[in-house]
Design a protein around this ligand. Structure first.
Ligand SMILES: [Zn+2]
Ligand SMILES: [Zn+2]
Ligand SMILES: [Zn+2]
Length: 142
């Protein structure tokens, strides 16, 4: 499915910015920070519009978000065809900063105290990605 179909199915009115943002996330298949998405959009985009777009897509379940090691929110497209069960864990490399989706794994269900208001869940695994680990093989032997 493309961005337009996802928007239609979620009953979100299509706008050029919404289509472009979701299109970029569907294409990249990794969590992207606000500034990365902004850099990929053609022309200058209004900061508030772009941020509201990401929050709308989040609210409608078309994207997930997780924080990287600096605490910056990153957004990834929800791709049911890739086996996404809902929000999923992410991996972030502390060397290159690249974040990837651990799709196909559901976040655990937690027993919470009654009255607790859960507003979100995230699980981030961090370390050194395969590509960075390959560049520094000696370090790993120590
Ligand atoms: Zn998903
Ligand atoms: Zn890396
Ligand atoms: Zn993800």
């Amino acid at each position: 499915m493309n961005a337009q179909e996802f928007l239609d199915r979620a009953e979100i009115r299509r706008t050029p910015v919404r289509e472009a943002v979701l299109g970029i996330l569907l294409e990249e298949r990794r969590p992207m920070a606000y500034r990365e998405v902004a850099a990929r959009l053609p022309g200058r985009q209004d900061r508030v519009t772009l941020y509201r777009t990401l929050l709308l897509l989040l609210e409608k379940g078309l994207v997930h978000r997780a924080q990287d090691l600096e605490g910056t929110w990153r957004f990834c497209a929800h791709a049911p065809s890739a086996g996404c069960p809902g929000n999923h864990p992410h991996f972030v490399c502390r060397v290159c900063g690249r974040m990837s989706c651990l799709s196909g794994i559901a976040l655990p269900r937690l027993e919470m105290e009654p009255q607790t208001v859960v507003e979100g869940k995230q699980m981030v695994v961090y370390g050194i990605c395969a590509s960075c680990a390959g560049k520094f093989p000696r370090e790993r032997e120590v």
